[in-house]
Unconditional design. Structure first.
Length: 478
């Protein structure tokens, strides 16, 4: 699918030079299971994604992450690519089953050796590592014991965090505890479209709480060990009606306003309020009590969750569109959303069928800075999948991904507008450095600014990568 975003956006997102603040962080992001491969090497244990991807019908074309981008063996080449692009930061995740094959107990030193080598390689290239401790690849042994519906998993995350910090903490300053806990809780345990593939609304709500408890306990373990900066990475979006998606000033009905507020509580405030304010929204507690009860929320939990978090990492791809629809059953990924419809938005779309709304990013960043002024922000993922084509000419091979460049350009202009509006935004990490295993979509959805030929593992800079290099060099947009 090919789309063009030019001509559909406000002029401030398509015109004029935009210079970013001095010291603004430019980088890229990846995740362990999506790129590393080496799924059985050097003592790595199985993860829920190994199991899920081998379950017939769960992942497109039966793809798995067994090899992925072979980053485990090609990391030095990939760091050279990062250096060539001028990246100042690289966000990657640690594979928990590579470090603790069973999720607890003895440390697999061979697994940590890989990350030791990677961090040293990054240091030699002058690239700052941003380590995400957990990006969805839960050790299968822990899932067999209940996974994130088992309270004990939160404590195991804290032990794992301490073990990784003990090896890498002398060189890593920036730590993220979790990536997108909402996604794994509600797509993994609610709708079942992600690993571990459960379909139970009560389990999703219980898992969500245990993710937050894990964040709080891991944060305490990292602070005790001397970690300097701790981040929670969330998938956050403005929640809008279809009318607001095309016109932010559009008036909406009382019923639509209630739908917007309820979904905003479930998507954004269910995660942010306990972490940053020490309490759940009343609307969320009412839904949790009705569907899952409250026995899993212990008296001291909110105190453990409400730990100082320095930065919120924002993964933004599109707004969440809702409207009131009496009689509509709850969406399986959204327990408690009876009488709410999640319609498509009339807007240009990516190959994932996600609407392209860069103004949603500026709106989101300004809202977060206003509502939670005590915490800094970083865009930790932003990017788009398009159907890239390798063009072969006498001069060589190229990927002319003009749509991706336009997408990134418009979203960076939205980022700049948010900074100009007062958002405390420290940096931007493009998703993704490499084409990779795109979870349930397998390998046929490409988000990378670097093209991967998965048959040969050849890397090829796309036009968007060349463009991004210029943005970094100039610290701005032309």
């Amino acid at each position: 699918m090919t789309v063009t975003t030019r001509g559909t956006l406000p002029s401030y997102l398509t015109e004029g030079r935009a210079v970013f603040p001095e010291g603004f962080i430019w980088g890229a992001a990846t995740a362990s299971y999506q790129i590393e491969g080496a799924a059985r090497d050097d003592g790595r244990g199985p993860s829920v994604w190994d199991t899920f991807s081998r379950t017939p019908g769960k992942v497109a074309f039966g793809h798995t992450g067994d090899v992925a981008c072979d980053h485990y063996y090609r990391y030095a080449d990939d760091v050279r690519l990062m250096s060539d692009l001028g990246l100042g930061a690289y966000r990657f995740s640690i594979a928990w089953p590579r470090v603790q094959p069973d999720g607890s107990g003895p440390i697999n030193t061979r697994g940590l050796d890989f990350y030791d080598r990677l961090v040293d390689e990054l240091a030699g290239a002058g690239i700052t590592p941003y380590v995400t401790l957990y990006h969805w690849d839960l050790p299968q042994t822990l899932e067999d014991r209940g996974g994130w519906t088992n309270r004990d998993t939160a404590y195991r995350l804290a032990d794992y965090a301490a073990a990784v910090h003990a090896r890498l903490g002398d060189r890593v300053r920036n730590w993220a505890t979790l990536n997108e806990p909402w996604v794994q809780a509600f797509l993994g345990y609610g709708s079942g479209v992600h690993a571990p593939g459960r379909q139970d609304p009560a389990s999703a709500l219980i898992a969500s709480h245990h993710f937050l408890l894990g964040h709080g306990l891991a944060t305490q373990a990292l602070r005790t060990a001397g970690a300097e900066e701790i981040m929670l990475v969330i998938n956050s979006s403005p929640v809008l009606t279809p009318a607001q998606g095309n016109d932010p000033s559009a008036e909406i009905s009382e019923a639509d306003a209630e739908a917007v507020n309820r979904v905003d509580c479930l998507l954004n405030r269910q995660i942010l309020d306990p972490v940053l304010r020490g309490s759940y929204p009343a609307e969320v507690l009412a839904i949790v009590e009705r569907i899952a009860g409250l026995d899993h929320i212990h008296d001291d939990d909110l105190g453990d969750i409400h730990q100082r978090t320095d930065v919120i990492g924002v993964n933004y791809y599109n707004p969440c569109i809702v409207r009131s629809s009496p009689g509509e059953p709850a969406n399986p990924a959204w327990p408690g959303t009876e009488d709410i419809l999640f319609p498509a938005l009339d807007a240009p779309k990516t190959a994932m069928e996600w609407p392209i709304v860069p103004t949603g990013l500026s709106r989101l960043l300004l809202r977060l800075s206003h509502d939670y002024p005590e915490v800094g922000l970083m865009v930790t993922e932003n990017g788009a999948a398009f159907d890239d084509v390798v063009t072969r000419t006498e001069a060589g091979e190229r990927v002319h991904d003009a749509d991706r460049t336009a997408y990134l350009d418009s979203h960076l202009r939205a980022v700049h507008a948010a900074i100009e509006g007062g958002a405390d935004l420290r940096g931007y990490l493009v998703w993704s450095l490499l084409d990779n295993f795109e979870w349930a979509e397998g390998y046929h959805r490409r988000f990378g600014i670097v093209h991967i030929d998965f048959a040969t593992q050849r890397r090829l800079l796309k036009d968007s990568a060349e463009w991004y290099r210029g943005v970094i060099r100039e610290n701005g947009l032309a």
